[in-house]
Design a protein around this ligand. Structure first.
Ligand SMILES: NC(=O)c1ccc[n+]([C@@H]2O[C@H](COP(=O)([O-])OP(=O)(O)OC[C@H]3O[C@@H](n4cnc5c(N)ncnc54)[C@H](OP(=O)(O)O)[C@@H]3O)[C@@H](O)[C@H]2O)c1
Length: 361
């Protein structure tokens, strides 16, 4: 039996191809191993960032690919089609991190009622969150359309939730307005929703072509295109959360706001434009937000289940907005996966769309 895998050249993400990898026969799976059919997965700019940061943040190690190529991790659903683990039955559905492929062998470890972990040696060096699979058989929150929204938004909204919490904990560094770049991205509008809900003024920075979508969202107080950042008033302190990762934009904002820039948090790289030399910037020093550090801190502060409980409440407030602003588009088969991958890489996906893909025909 084989798995069809979609792989990309690590040094040129526009080059991609399908390969077939041989899977172990169900009869000779290692002890405790599961053979999982990858049913469907979400694909957004976040997955492109995994590829851009593949070497630096070890994303390429999670799902090995031939020399020079990488298999981009995606969030999605799988069905167990063979099991050597006494506690996991064939037909179980799992939600977690999968390769862009039709199948995955998982070495089941730490199996509990709600989850299991892939204990494969090559996955040990990444953050534990990437090796965890939720057991979601029969859970309506992870089925059908709700399941698509979970796969598309849940991992992104966790980041929105953590950044909002980080800013709130620091009283927004004295700022009462927060600027978000790539305001049309799912991670940004999740954060905008949380900031808006607690009374912050949220200013969305976006491309001219995406202002219509951003303007249709109830969570932005003001929308400014990238070309017009100089029109923003500078009399009050601001904080900046950067999803676009453009060094020219970041430098422009810091020079415009000067010492009124009270916090500058780097989160994403949607524009993949980090070549401009920023030099020393006025205002707060830009710094990367590292989610695992903040999770560790809050797990200690809030105790067992504290993050999950607060995140669950935040998600319940966010989900109704999704129903209004996002349409899920499902595409199946290798050609469709390649097309959506290249469209996402080249910024051609309309922001109101959330793509669910499958390499199965
Ligand atoms: N650090 C973390 O742990 C973490 C967690 C979650 C997400 N993030 C990051 O947040 C960012 C947003 O991710 P997402 O999945 O929410 O994105 P998304 O919804 O797919 O965002 C799409 C938007 O990104 C911009 N964009 C995408 N590709 C582009 C391209 N090739 N050229 C120019 N603009 C492009 C456009 O927005 P505009 O026109 O508005 O610029 C586009 O509407 C990613 O970089 C992601 O990695 C980081």
């Amino acid at each position: 039996m084989t798995s069809t895998d979609f792989v990309v050249a690590r040094n040129d993400l526009a080059q991609c191809k399908l390969i077939e990898t041989v899977l172990p026969d169900a009869a000779v799976l290692p002890a405790d191993a599961l053979l999982v059919k990858v049913e469907r997965f979400a694909f957004t700019a976040n997955n492109i960032t995994y590829a851009v940061m593949g070497d630096q943040l070890k994303y390429w190690q999670i799902f090995p690919a031939p020399q020079g190529f990488g298999n981009i991790p995606v969030w999605g659903f799988g069905e167990v089609i063979a099991s050597n683990h006494p506690g996991i039955t064939v037909g179980e559905r799992l939600f977690g991190y999968f390769p862009m492929a039709t199948h995955l062998v998982v070495e089941a470890a730490d199996v509990s009622r709600r989850s299991l972990r892939d204990g494969a040696e090559h996955r040990k060096q990444v953050s534990p969150v990437y090796n965890l699979y939720s057991r979601v058989t029969g859970d309506p929150a992870f089925a059908g359309h709700q399941g698509d929204l979970q796969a598309l938004l849940r991992p992104l909204f966790m980041l929105s939730f953590l950044v909002d919490d980080f800013l709130a904990e620091n009283d927004d560094f004295g700022a009462r307005s927060v600027l978000l770049s790539s305001a049309s991205s799912k991670t940004a509008f999740g954060l905008a929703h949380l900031l808006h809900s607690r009374g912050r003024k949220v200013i969305g920075l976006t491309s001219a072509s995406n202002t219509g979508f951003v303007g249709s969202l109830p969570c932005y107080d003001e929308i400014v295109t990238y070309e017009r950042i100089d029109s923003l008033p500078t009399d009050k302190p601001v904080a900046y959360v950067d999803m676009a990762g453009s060094s020219a934009l970041r430098a422009g904002l810091h020079h415009h706001f000067g010492e009124q820039m009270k916090s500058s948090v780097r989160v994403g790289l949607t524009h993949r434009a980090t070549d401009a030399d920023e030099g020393a910037l006025p205002g707060a020093k830009p710094r990367w937000f590292f989610a695992p550090d903040h999770i560790r801190k809050r797990a200690k502060d809030w105790g067992p289940g504290g993050i999950e409980q607060r995140f669950g409440t935040a998600w319940s407030g966010f989900a109704p907005m999704l129903e209004r602003c996002l349409s899920v588009v499902e595409s199946r088969g290798p050609e469709a996966v390649k097309r959506i991958y290249l469209d996402t890489l080249n910024g051609r996906i309309p922001p109101e769309q959330g793509h669910m893909l499958s390499l199965l025909g």
